[in-house]
Design a protein around this ligand. Structure first.
Ligand code: GLY
Length: 429
């Protein structure tokens, strides 16, 4: 069977790797892919949001499955377009993807459903928004309503920062149409964790927990990034938290969507803040997380296709998914300067040596092949996600960092403290 994976990040390399290793041995295609996905299948030159191009390719090549990785094509309705042509698609329809496509919609659903989340208001008028900030506590969170490529969220530590973020979005057009409306939320206190769940319209199966590290610098300092590393499992997500996430987050959200005639099929990522075993939703994403996917899929024991088919056919069950007892760690290597300006086209060395480290996979993100075709070069801010399994967290960390230190490219940067909270918990016993 032919499978097309849409996207070009570390998440898509992890999906291609997992699907290419399925016991049914499917033929993998990825569009546009990266140098890593090219090792497991054929990269196409169609952009991830090229709805017409991808539809045409599917008509000509008849894939048995299309897995849509990023939020942008999902929010544009790629699943709807391909399903209308009769293709089997993994990824929510456009209406369901609004949970990520509009922060206002997600908050409205959560409020109506009684999902634990912070208080909020929505504004299109900057003066009214600034006035509202003065009635709330600091820090406060300003979010562009629409998709802003991970850049639309400001955690304002002062009223002046909040005012600036509001005026940048509503008056300065900083995020274009996506920022023409802002959601202002109270700041949640606690520890963040991520839960990804597969949903077949009715049944919800939560995947292994993980924790991302969003800030660029160690000790969680500096600007936000797409994610600098992740590990799984995250013990902050204990049995009590899991039960609450299932009942108070997923079941309530799905019931509210259903009331509005919206069916959710695919993966729903709940970004959580957990305090005293009580989870609150920070954000929903309509897709797999990155780098959480790299940490979670390496722990998935056995084939993934039965669960994907279960999602599409409405027959998903817990038995379709087993987890390895091992722990995983993903360390992201980025280009110097990221998340600001950075160089592209820089040669990456020793990828094979790093891949040969025991229990380790080097997932590519922003990579491509050089002009002569035999070099791998940087092509994005987040370049690689080195992911290792270990009998315990320290074992996984030690393998991952051995592999990271094997790789070199000019300006390479990574955090040395991935999983620091979990390590502290281990030390504290
Ligand atoms: N790791 C954060 C995200 O995927 O949105």
């Amino acid at each position: 069977m032919k499978i097309l994976v849409v996207g070009n990040g570390g998440r898509e390399h992890a999906l291609v790797w997992k699907l290419a290793n399925d016991s049914t041995q499917p033929e993998l295609f990825c569009t546009p892919g990266n140098a890593g996905t090219a090792e497991w299948g054929t990269n196409l030159s169609l952009g991830a949001t090229d709805l017409e191009g991808i539809q045409q390719w599917c008509i000509e090549n008849q894939p048995g499955l299309v897995v849509i990785g990023p939020e942008a094509p999902l929010c544009l309705g790629m699943a709807d377009v391909l399903e209308a042509e009769g293709f089997r698609v993994f990824g929510p329809n456009q209406a369901a993807a609004e949970l990520e496509g509009s922060k206002q919609f997600a908050k409205e659903i959560m409020k109506a459903a009684g999902v634990p989340t912070s208080a909020y208001e929505t504004f299109t008028d900057a003066d009214a928004a600034c006035e509202y900030v003065r009635t709330r506590s600091i820090p406060i969170v300003i979010k562009a309503d629409g998709l802003a490529a991970g850049k639309g969220v400001t955690v304002a530590e002062t009223v002046e920062q909040a005012d600036a973020a509001i005026r940048d979005a509503l008056e300065g057009n900083a995020f274009g149409e996506a920022g023409s409306r802002v959601v202002i939320e109270d700041f949640l206190v606690g520890e963040e964790a991520s839960i990804l769940a597969l949903i077949d319209g009715e049944n919800v199966v939560m995947l292994a927990s993980s924790q991302d590290h969003k800030r660029i610098f160690e000790k969680d300092l500096g600007p936000n990034t797409g994610g600098m590393g992740a590990y799984s499992p995250a013990s902050i997500v204990n049995e009590t938290v899991l039960k609450k996430v299932k009942e108070e987050v997923y079941d309530r959200t799905l019931a509210e969507l259903k009331k509005r005639g919206i069916t959710y099929k695919g993966v729903l990522y709940a970004g959580l803040m957990i305090e005293n075993d009580q989870p609150s939703v920070v954000e929903f994403n309509c897709r797999f997380g990155d780098p959480e996917t790299q940490a979670v899929l390496t722990r998935w024991d056995g084939d993934m296709l039965p669960a994907i088919n279960g999602v599409i056919d409405g027959t998903l069950s817990e038995e379709m998914i087993q987890w390895k007892d091992e722990h995983s760690v993903c360390v992201v290597m980025v280009a110097g300067g990221y998340p600001g300006d950075y160089a592209k086209g820089v040669e990456i060395q020793n990828l094979d040596k790093a891949d040969a480290v025991q229990d380790t996979v080097v997932f590519h993100a922003g990579t491509g092949t050089g002009t002569d075709g035999d070099k791998v070069v940087t092509a994005g801010g987040r370049v690689l996600g080195i992911t290792s399994l270990g009998t315990d967290l320290p074992d996984a960390l030690s393998k991952a960092y051995i592999a990271v230190e094997t790789i070199s490219f000019e300006g390479a940067f990574y955090r040395n403290d991935i999983a620091h909270r979990e390590l502290r918990r281990l030390e504290d016993g």
